[in-house]
Design a protein around this ligand. Structure first.
Ligand code: IVH
Length: 669
C-alpha cells in the first residue's frame, strides 16, 4: 500500500471506530459485534505501529491506555470550578425562586432540573473538535491533569461528531462508576484480598488517580456531561447548548427537564427521590439551574456559588436489617469503637455488612440490641451508621446490650475519661493493636516518613522484633530478612528509610511519638515554641497553656505522656539512635524566613484558613502582603470564586497562581 493509501485507510478506520464506539457507549445501540470491532481496532493498531508518522493522540487506539507511570500536573482552570449551594427542603427551593423573582421581577424564568450525580467532577476542554485536556475539580481554582486516564473512558468523545462546534470550549460533568461494575470490582478485590472501595464515588476517584492508564482502561468508568462553557457557544441557554452537545457526541443525561414553575420543579424532585434506586449509578439530589444565560448573568454569584443554581439534596437512603452481633475494635489510642455486624443488605448500590455504633452512649440512646431490626443509613462517611431501631418487631426476650468492661485484645479493664464518649484501654504499651497502631502512626509520611507497609509493622510486632517505635532503630537487616516477603533489596530499602528518618525535623518527631491530642499543627506550634523534647517534658501546665492554641486538655495529655516511664524509655532510645529531639537554630531561622521578601496577593475564599490567617502566615514567614497586582507580585494565592478580571491580569503578567494547599506546602517544606 502506498503511504497515501495507508493514511486514508487509517483515517477510515479511525472514523469507523469512533462511530461504533459512540453507538455502543453513548447510545447503547451497538451496530457490530465485539469481534468485528476488535478486528477493526487490531488493523488500526498494526497500521499505526508500522507507520508512526501518522500517529494521533486522539486515535481510538489511545483508549487502551499505557503502562507509563504518570504524575498529574496541576493546571489552573480557565473558568473556576464553583460549587453549588445546597438545600435540604422544599421551602429552601421556594426561597430560591422568590429570591430570583425579586431580582428579576419582570421576567418569566425557565428552570432546568437535572440529577445531581455523585461521582467525580471533571472539566474537559476541546479545541478544534478534539479532546485536549481533562482536569479534576481540585480546589476549584486548579486541579489535576488526568487527560490520559480520561481518554480511556469510552463514552467521552476524543473527536466530535458534527462540525458546528466552537473552536474552543469546555464541557463539565461527572465521572461515575456504575453500580453493577462497582460490585463486580469489589468482589474481585475481595477475592484478591485487596482493600475494598467504600462506594462508587471513591472507586471513580481512586481509578482516575491511578498512575497507569492501562489499568484505568480496564475499569468501566462512565461520564455524564452537564455544563458547557465557552466564549462562542451556539445558543443563549443552558438547555439548548446541552442538547447541542449531545449532537457533538457527548453523553448528556437523559433525565433532564425544562420547568416553568416551582410545582414542576417539585414534581421532578419527588419523582427522582423515589426513582433513584432504579438508576444504574448514585445520585444524591437534584440540581436546579436558571436556563437563560442572560438571566444567569443578571443573577450573578455569591461569594461561593452561582445565584442562578441550587442543589436539592435527598435525605440519605435507609435500609432495614438485622443486627447480628457487636464487635469491639481497639484503635491506636486505645479508644474502643463498637461495630455492628449486620445481615447483609443492599443500600445505595452497595452491600452493607457492618456499621459503626460510635460508642456506648449511642447504643443506649437508640436502645440498640443484638437481634433487633435496625435502620442503616449512609451519610457522608465511608462506614454506614445505625440511625434507629424498629421496636415494633422486637421480640420480648431481647435484652439491652451489656457494654464490655475489659479490652477485647489484652483484657485490661477499660476506663472512661469524664466528658468523653469513648471507653479506652489504658494498657498503652502492652495492648497489641495500640502498639501496632502507634508504630504505624510513627512511620507515617507526615511523621517519620518510613516506607513500611502496615503488614510489615504487624509482622515485626508479631515476631517480637520490635515492641515500640524506637525499636525500629535497632533492627538489623537479618531481622527484616527473616520476615516473609522480604528480599535483599526491600530489606535494604527499609533499613535506608529508617536511617533517613533520623533527619526528620523535631516537630515531625513530636507528632510521630503520638501524644494524644497532639496533631500535626499542635506539634509544630509546641516544637517551635519550646524548642526541645526536654523543655516540653519539663514544662508546667501554665507554661504549656500559655502557648497560643494550647488548651488544658492538650497540656494535660502532654504532662501525662511524660509521666509514663515507658514513654521516657522510648524517648531515650530515640535519643541514642540519633533522632532529632530539638529544633536546630538554622531551622528556626529558615522557618521565619521561608517566604523571604516574596510578595503575595490573596483573592477568593478559602477552606482551611481565613484570609486574615493567611495574611498573618505570610508575614510570619517573612513574606509581604500586597493589595494590588503588579509585575512585582510573586504569587497569587487563589481561593474559590476569584474574580475573572483579577485572574486575567495575573495570567497576563505571568504571575504564578497557587492554591491554599500549595501555600501550606511552601511554608511547611
Ligand atoms: S453544575 C456552577 N450540575 O455538584 C454550576 N453540578 O456542588 C456547577 N454535580 O462540583 C455545577 N451533578 O461535581 C452541576 N447536574 C449537575 C451536577 C453537578 C453533580 C456536582 C459537581 C459539582 C458539585 C457542585
Amino acid at each position: 500500500m502506498s503511504k497515501e493509501n495507508i493514511k486514508n485507510r487509517i483515517e477510515i478506520l479511525r472514523a469507523k471506530l469512533h462511530d461504533h464506539n459512540y453507538k455502543y457507549y453513548v447510545l447503547a445501540l451497538p451496530e457490530i459485534s465485539d469481534f468485528e470491532y476488535d478486528q477493526l481496532l487490531k488493523e488500526l493498531i498494526d497500521l499505526e505501529e508500522s507507520n508512526p508518522e501518522f500517529s494521533d493522540p486522539n486515535s481510538p487506539t489511545q483508549r487502551v491506555g499505557n503502562d507509563i507511570t504518570s504524575e498529574f500536573t496541576q493546571v489552573v482552570h480557565k473558568y473556576p470550578m464553583l460549587s453549588l449551594s445546597n438545600s435540604y427542603s422544599k421551602e429552601e427551593i421556594a426561597d430560591f425562586e422568590i429570591r430570583i423573582k425579586k431580582i428579576l421581577p419582570d421576567e418569566s424564568i425557565e428552570y432546568v432540573c437535572e440529577l445531581k450525580y455523585d461521582g467525580v467532577a471533571i472539566g474537559l476542554s476541546y479545541s478544534g473538535g478534539e479532546l485536549k485536556q481533562a482536569i479534576t475539580r481540585g480546589d476549584g481554582v486548579q486541579g489535576d491533569d488526568v487527560t490520559n486516564n480520561v481518554k480511556t473512558i469510552k463514552s467521552i468523545p476524543l473527536k466530535l461528531k458534527t462540525e458546528n462546534y466552537p473552536q474552543e470550549f469546555e464541557i463539565r460533568g461527572e465521572i461515575l462508576f456504575p453500580h453493577e461494575s462497582f460490585n463486580k470490582l469489589n468482589k474481585e478485590r475481595e477475592s484478591n484480598e485487596e482493600p475494598l472501595f467504600a462506594n462508587p464515588r471513591n472507586a471513580a476517584a481512586g481509578t482516575l488517580k491511578l498512575q497507569k492508564s492501562s489499568i484505568v482502561a480496564k475499569r468501566p468508568l462512565d461520564c455524564l456531561l452537564y455544563f458547557v462553557l465557552g466564549e462562542d457557544l451556539l445558543f443563549n441557554s443552558h438547555y439548548e447548548n446541552l442538547l447541542q452537545a449531545q449532537n457533538w457526541g457527548f453523553k448528556v443525561p437523559e433525565h433532564i427537564k425544562l420547568c416553568k414553575n416551582i410545582n414542576e420543579i417539585f414534581e421532578f424532585i419527588d419523582y427522582w427521590d423515589s426513582e433513584r434506586k432504579n438508576l444504574p449509578y448514585d445520585i444524591d439530589g437534584v440540581v436546579i439551574k436558571v436556563n437563560s444565560y442572560k438571566h444567569q448573568k443578571d443573577l450573578g454569584f455569591t461569594a461561593k456559588s452561582p445565584r442562578w443554581a441550587i442543589a436539592y439534596k435527598f435525605k440519605a437512603e435507609q435500609a432495614k436489617t438485622k443486627l447480628l452481633s457487636i464487635d469491639y475494635q481497639v484503635g491506636r489510642t486505645g479508644a474502643i469503637t463498637p461495630v455492628a455486624n449486620l445481615e447483609p443488605v443492599q443500600l445505595a448500590g452497595t452491600v452493607v455488612k457492618r456499621a459503626s455504633l460510635h460508642n456506648s452512649d449511642q447504643i443506649e440512646l437508640l436502645d440498640i440490641r443484638v437481634n433487633d431490626f435496625v435502620y442503616v443509613e449512609k451519610g457522608g462517611e465511608i462506614i454506614p451508621k445505625i440511625v434507629g431501631v424498629d421496636k415494633d418487631v422486637r421480640s420480648p426476650e431481647i435484652t439491652p446490650v451489656k457494654y464490655i468492661s475489659n479490652c477485647p485484645e489484652c483484657k485490661t479493664e477499660l476506663v472512661r475519661i469524664e466528658g468523653e464518649a469513648k471507653h479506652y484501654c489504658p494498657n498503652e504499651t502492652g495492648c497489641p493493636p495500640q502498639i501496632k497502631g502507634r508504630i504505624e502512626h510513627f512511620i507515617r509520611r507526615k511523621a517519620m516518613n518510613i516506607g513500611a507497609a502496615e503488614a510489615t509493622v504487624d509482622a515485626l510486632v508479631d515476631n517480637n522484633l520490635i515492641h515500640d517505635s524506637a525499636d525500629l532503630y535497632s533492627l538489623s537487616k537479618d531481622d527484616i530478612l527473616s520476615l516473609e516477603r522480604f528480599a535483599e533489596k526491600s530489606a535494604n530499602n527499609l533499613i535506608q528509610s529508617i536511617e533517613d528518618s533520623k533527619k526528620v525535623p523535631f516537630h515531625s518527631v513530636l507528632f510521630a511519638i503520638g501524644i494524644r491530642y497532639v496533631g500535626e499543627t499542635v506539634a509544630k506550634t509546641i516544637a517551635f515554641e519550646l524548642k526541645s523534647i526536654d523543655n516540653i517534658r519539663n514544662a508546667s501546665l501554665e507554661q504549656l497553656t500559655e502557648i497560643n492554641e494550647i488548651g488544658e486538655r492538650i497540656a494535660l495529655s502532654i504532662i501525662d505522656y511524660f509521666k509514663n516511664e515507658k514513654n521516657l524509655a522510648i524517648i531515650e532510645k530515640l535519643r541514642n539512635a540519633g533522632v532529632q529531639l530539638e529544633i536546630k537554630e538554622d531551622q528556626i531561622q529558615q522557618a521565619d524566613n521561608k517566604l523571604n521578601g516574596q510578595s503575595f496577593i490573596i483573592s477568593g475564599t478559602f477552606e482551611k484558613n481565613s484570609r486574615d490567617e493567611l495574611k498573618e502566615l505570610i508575614e510570619k514567614y517573612g513574606g509581604k502582603n500586597t493589595s494590588s497586582i503588579s509585575a512585582k507580585t510573586n504569587y497569587l494565592l487563589a481561593g474559590e470564586n476569584i474574580g475573572p478580571s483579577k485572574l486575567e491580569k495575573v495570567k497576563k503578567l505571568n504571575i504564578p497562581i497557587i492554591s491554599e494547599d500549595d501555600f501550606i506546602k511552601m511554608i511547611e517544606d
